[in-house]
Design a protein around this ligand. Structure first.
Ligand code: NAD
Ligand code: WQD
Length: 344
């Protein structure tokens, strides 16, 4: 059985679905602070399979200890956390508590129970501001510019240290740090997808809410970057490809002869600009996205994309879906669910 923390969220729900499709048994722990049970009900609907859900907080060690003793958990995929960059600047203590302390609570409970395999949701943000593209896993972590990014870099360091220290103990830990680039898209059924609370911070949900009429127009944050068309370039990855990357990581760990702390980028290796994403969304979905050019957003980089060879070679995983698939699936989800998982 796989324990999926944060499994009701955007990436978690898509990963739970892929795990069920791969015949894994799944246990989800989520406090529903940024998700609703509806996402998991829809995962059951799509997969025609059941799994166990427990509502609880990742920082509650008594719940974690109970889960590890009650269920035959072989591995943990740890998504639970807070992820809004701007909010992390306003509420750093909360971000460090949930993301860093929460991860520590989890790893302590795992070690107590002798569970050794852990996959952690990290982010390309840990490469920092100065790293040259494409980002390679061998590059050192850079200077992060907000508490969210710092919390991811801290957890990477903490897990790497705990993993190293576990090597001369019984049940050494096997840790995989997955650095996601920019996940977008939705399951092709249009039943599950990204459902941000409030005004979206990220580009793709903003575009799709403009398309569906919930927001009047997109602001393009800067058209004077040193990029081919002046707008920011990112490595967008379809959330279903991303979800499959987690299964590839689990399979790799199952075959490991020696416990390690491994790092993989999960990205497409391709850069797409803001204007390109808007154009492809309009073209593929036959909708108009009104936009204006606004000032650069503080902390944004011009260009960010992944080196993908390591994941291809060692995980036997690479992305399969195109940017056209990403915008079509996003629009199928958003147009069928204009208010996300809420009915109005
Ligand atoms: P999400 O907010 O949709 O999912 C996170 C889930 O964790 C939610 O269901 C939320 O209810 C749950 N959660 C939050 N705090 C919790 C707590 N204290 N105890 C238990 N559950 C808790 O976000 P997502 O986009 O699915 O991201 C999943 C993970 O991937 C996060 O760790 C995020 O930082 C990381 N990540 C996301 C992106 C991205 O762009 N979406 C990029 C890189 C890394
Ligand atoms: C993409 C591009 C913006 C909104 C963030 C986090 C990162 C990771 C993924 C978790 C940029 C431009 C955006 C808008 C715009 N999350 N943009 N108008 O900033 O690459 O990454 O999410 O780990 O840590 O920082 O993603 O989608 O916010 O922005 O023009 O309304 O779209 O300037 O060039 P970002 P994003």
């Amino acid at each position: 059985m796989i324990l999926v923390t944060g499994g009701a969220g955007y990436i978690g729900s898509h990963t739970v679905l892929e795990l069920l499709n791969g015949n894994y048994k799944v246990l989800v722990l989520d406090n529903l602070s940024n998700a609703s049970l509806e996402s998991l009900q829809r995962v059951e609907q799509i997969s025609a399979q059941k799994f166990t859900f427990v509502q609880g907080d990742i920082r509650d060690e008594s719940i974690l200890n109970e889960l590890f003793s009650a269920y035959p958990i072989e591995a943990v995929i740890h998504f639970a956390g807070l992820k809004a960059v701007g909010e992390s600047v306003e509420k750093p203590a909360e971000y460090y508590d949930v993301n860093v302390n929460g991860s520590l609570c989890l790893v302590r409970a795992m070690q107590k129970a002798g569970v050794t395999k852990l996959v952690f949701s990290s982010s390309a943000t840990v490469y920092g501001e100065e790293a040259p593209v494409p980002y390679e896993e061998s590059m050192p972590r850079g200077n992060t510019t907000n508490p969210y990014g710092t919390s991811k870099a801290m957890v990477e360091q903490i897990l790497s240290d705990i993993q190293a220290a576990s090597l001369n103990k019984p049940n050494p830990l096997d840790v995989t740090l997955l650095r996601y680039f920019n996940p977008i898209g939705a399951h092709e059924s249009g039943l599950i997808g990204e459902d941000p609370q409030g005004i979206p911070n990220n580009l793709m949900p903003y575009i799709s809410q403009v398309a569906v009429g919930r927001l009047p127009e997109l602001s393009v944050f800067g058209d004077d970057y040193e990029t081919p068309d002046g707008s920011g370039v990112r490595d967008y990855i379809h959330v279903v490809d991303l979800a499959k990357g987690h299964l590839a990581a689990l399979e790799k760990m199952n075959g490991n002869v020696k416990a390690t702390c491994a790092i993989y980028n999960l990205g497409s290796g391709q850069g797409t600009s803001v204007f390109e994403l808007v154009n492809v969304f309009e073209r593929e979905n036959n909708v108009e996205i009104p936009y204006k050019v606004a000032h650069r957003r503080a902390g944004d980089l011009a260009t960010c994309y992944a080196a993908v060879d390591k994941a291809a070679k060692e995980l036997n995983w690479r992305t399969e879906k195109t940017i056209e698939d990403m915008v079509r699936d996003t629009w199928r989800w958003q147009s069928k669910n204009p208010h996300g998982y809420c009915s109005e």
